[in-house]
Design a protein around this ligand. Structure first.
Ligand code: HPA
Length: 234
């Protein structure tokens, strides 16, 4: 079987998926953390892999950038491949003074400038939060790994280059931690199909101070996030 965007066989995916935005991150995770990993889909180079992590079958599927791309892959994984748990492992830009580049953030809840969930709910505000059980497991693993995981509200935006200064100031006023571009899509879909989803990020840049990570730092903090996520999922 294949779907419009995934050319895997029916049983190729685990019910548990780790979802980075970047296809090369999916490749990296499969090569560095999974055993007996195989590439299961490569349509448009949106790579997906399945292998074993400490003996448990886990898949890694890239989402691409933005709500529409992420939503396509999440929906097809759930509807056609029986996926029940998705953890987005992404990057984000900090807006809060309490957050530094390299910090790890768990999205407790997300707000968004996208209309996608309001449309779902006939114009009413849709409250989006990570799945409680997944959040709990991620939080416990962060403690086990001695990592200071910050938990809070994150803003999903449709706009990378034209984010309005007034909006950034509002996000700061209301103590949002960071902005990113996919989670409101993923959590709306999880709610629609009654599956578990959560999102965790490394802070790649700070929107106020303009600080950004070196490529070395990117790799190190990405590894910390992946290890804790995989340990939370087994
Ligand atoms: N804006 C939106 N998404 C992001 C950013 C940003 O600054 N950094 C990482 N993901």
């Amino acid at each position: 079987m294949s779907t419009p965007h995934i050319n895997a066989n029916t049983d190729d995916f685990s019910d548990t998926v780790v979802m980075p935005g970047d296809p090369l991150r999916a490749k990296y995770i499969s090569e560095h953390y999974l055993t007996r990993a195989k590439l299961v889909t490569n349509v448009r180079n949106m790579l997906g892999y399945t292998g074993l992590y400490k003996g448990k079958k886990i898949s890694v599927m890239s989402s691409g950038m933005g709500i529409p791309s992420c939503s396509i892959y999440a929906t097809e994984l759930i509807k056609f491949y029986g996926v029940k748990k998705i953890v987005r492992v992404g990057s984000c830009g900090a807006v809060s003074d309490k957050i530094k580049v390299r910090d790890l953030i768990l999205a407790h809840s997300v707000s968004t400038d996208s209309k996608v969930n309001e449309i779902r709910l006939n114009g009413y505000q849709f409250s989006l939060s990570s799945d409680f059980e997944l959040m709990n497991k991620l939080f416990i693993q962060a403690k086990n790994h001695k990592l200071d995981l910050k938990v809070g509200n994150v803003f999903t935006t449709d706009s990378f280059y034209s984010l309005d200064n007034d909006l950034i100031n509002l996000l700061r006023k209301y103590n949002f931690l960071a902005v990113e571009m996919e989670t409101a899509g993923l959590l709306g879909i999880a709610q629609e199909y009654d599956i578990q989803a959560a999102a965790i990020y490394t802070v790649s840049d700070h929107i106020i101070s303009n600080e950004a990570m070196s490529s070395d730092e990117r790799e190190r903090s990405f590894d910390e996030m992946i290890r804790l996520t995989l340990d939370a999922l087994i």
